[in-house]
Design a binder for this molecule. Sequence first.
Ligand SMILES: C[S@@+](CC[C@H](N)C(=O)[O-])C[C@H]1O[C@@H](n2cnc3c(N)ncnc32)[C@H](O)[C@@H]1O
Length: 314
Amino acid sequence: MSETTRHIPILLDPITDFLTQGLTALSSDKKAGVVVDCTLGGGGHTASLLQKIRALNNTVGHKVLAIDQDPDAIRRGKVKFEREIKSGLLEIHHIPFSHALDAIGNRPIYGLMADLGVSSDQIDSESRGFSFRYPASLDMRMNTTTGQPLSTMLQTWSEVQIADLLFKYGEERLSRKIARRIVDRRETNELPQNTKGLAELIASSFPPAQRHGRIHPATRSFQAFRIAINHELDELETLIGKIFPAVEPGGHLAILSFHSLEDRMVKEELRKRELYELPSRKAIQAPDQEVEENPRSRSARLRLAIKRGRVTLK
Ligand SMILES: C[S@@+](CC[C@H](N)C(=O)[O-])C[C@H]1O[C@@H](n2cnc3c(N)ncnc32)[C@H](O)[C@@H]1O
């Protein structure tokens, strides 16, 4: 594991300015609360939040609570933010965001952000198995301390399950053909042992003319396997269903997603106008210059919302 992060935070100021504004707008009698970064990663957004909260003359004692399910991200964060943790301005917890409330307890939540998906530290790692640029072991777990790696699941899922998840999470039109090919190899005990081999097997399911485009033919399948291995949509559903309701009235939310399945779920929830005020109806995209400097920001969609006050029914 590299000690320093390679991840470049996306839409940094639009997110952290918005969350800080949420704190500024609080009335002065509000007690100390937390701004939750559900996805610490390389700590880019957390660092900016800490800096902006410090500059607010934070005498009330609001703090940032950052969580991640990846033990490497937690280890890196604890070193990077040693000073802020000691001073009490930051807490870091190794939990999935569906369990965020366990760490937050009954402290008021005045801000919440999630930068969904994987970090560059995970994708660019030669050992974690998220990328087919290296012959990495078939793992793909964000939390390597629990759950099953992809290698085990490829031995466990039925052909129909593989086809369904490729279609549902990767919107892969050749899902059945790819699933058949994987299961054929499994039956002869010839499943690839690393990500590069798996990507080649997937690519071989495509007609030759479609194997060498700008986007590798295994990209959608890798996204689908990653979502399935990490239960990413279930996690997001719990975040929306359990943690959003716990945010205080007036609390600010910022959710950054990278594919339409996630963005659709967030958009659906924020459509509930009785619960959320939207500073902008459309998702915010990274400006051209950011996309040029950081191509990973191209598919980012940011949705901002402010929780409305509690409605009392007569
Ligand atoms: C895109 S990165 C975040 C990058 C971070 N905002 C930064 O600027 O460095 C996403 C991070 O969220 C974590 N993550 C994804 N899903 C999670 C979940 N359900 N619970 C906790 N952490 C999660 C991943 O492990 C990864 O480190």
